[in-house]
Every structure is written in structure tokens, then in C-alpha cells.
Design a protein around this ligand. Sequence first.
Ligand code: CO
Length: 236
Amino acid sequence: MHAPFDLTMEEEGEIVAGEDGDGGLSNLFERNKVWAERKTRSDPSFFRRLVGQQTPRYFWIGCSDSRVPATEIVDLDPGEMFVHRNVANLASASDLSFSAALQFAVDVLQVRHVIVVGHYGCGGISAAISGRANGKIGCWLNPVRKLCCSLSHSSSNDVLDPNILCELNVVAQVEALVLNPTIGAAWARQADLTLHGWVYGIGDGLLRSVCDPVTPLGRSEAVSSPKAQTNDSALF
Ligand code: CO
């Protein structure tokens, strides 16, 4: 079993057999059926309403980590939040997949809030610090690695705290969003759109804000530094 931060594994296509012999896949269909029935029981028109449209107010940019399921941790239903996830929650304008999702969220869905959400204990952040990630994941984490190196050079500490890098990475992604052409164009047409940077604690299930929300009026101000992890007033 690989440690969560060990992203150097070479093997691909490894299938872990479950008790039912298909890796637990049939179990997912069963669970889906039960979930759909439960939803319909509590709200008979739930799925019919979603067929015609989606009107989410939020665009969530989060990590792919299985412990940070976006809609579940903010207790939202399908249809209420547009989501893009990748390793270490990067908001890179050069990433076509992310850029397309951002454009759709802002221009078509006209979300009101774009939220970058990192999480403590992030394997991508740990891999960037260790410098052990190779292959595609090493390439993907290069911006985080660069951020890590720039901080290491300006700090007297030998080893950067992964949770601090996690917070600073979120701030860096919010800063990148401020400069993103899609966001700039939305603000130029007076769209009501605010950027946020949060971090999720896997150990307590709580979200914390790590920088002040950024609005069109506040875009000339620098994105503020992360607040202390222990600052309870920063709890979302
Ligand atoms: Co992560």
C-alpha cells in the first residue's frame, strides 16, 4: 500500500479485487439505486427539476483527494455547486480542462462565487515539498514545487510546513484567478463575482478561510496573507 504522499509509483492499471470479485463495482450500482430511491422518497420531483437546468451559485476548485468530496462537505445537493477538481487544487490558466470549466461556470452558469479549496494533509503538497514526484504528476506539481522553492529560499526554516504550503498554494491560486482573463472579463462587465480561498481540515471536517474574499472593487489590493491555522475567527 502506497503512503498518501507517495506519488512515485510506476505501476499502472493495477486492479484491486474486492470480495465480490469485481473490485466492488457492482456495489456502486446498488448504492446508487438506494441513493436515488431515498432522494425521490424525500422529494418526488427532485430529479425532474434537475433535468431542465442547473443554476449553481458556486464554482468549487478543489483537490481530487477522495477525503474531500466537494458537495458533501458543504452539505449541498446536486445542482447547487459546479465543481472542478485536480491534484493540489491548481487554477492554472494554461490548463485547458480547468480553463474550460471556469469559462463555463462564469460565462454560462454565471456563478456568484469562485472558491479555491485546499486541504491539510494534501498528498500533492507533500510530494511537491519532497521533490519525489516524477512523471506526469511531477510535471503537474511543478508550480507548487516552484512555490515551495521560493518560500524555502526566503525562510530560515530547513523544512517547510506542508500545511503552510497548502495555505499559500490556495492564496497563489486565488492570485492566479485575479489575473485570469475569464475573471477579468466578468468583472469588466460588472458581474457579481467574488473569489475565495479556503482550506479544509480532514481531521475535523471544517473549512477555514485563508485569505480575504476578492471582489472587483478589491482587485487592486493584494490578496492578503494566510491567516493562522489556529485562528478560530477564520472558520467559515
Ligand atoms: Co490534496
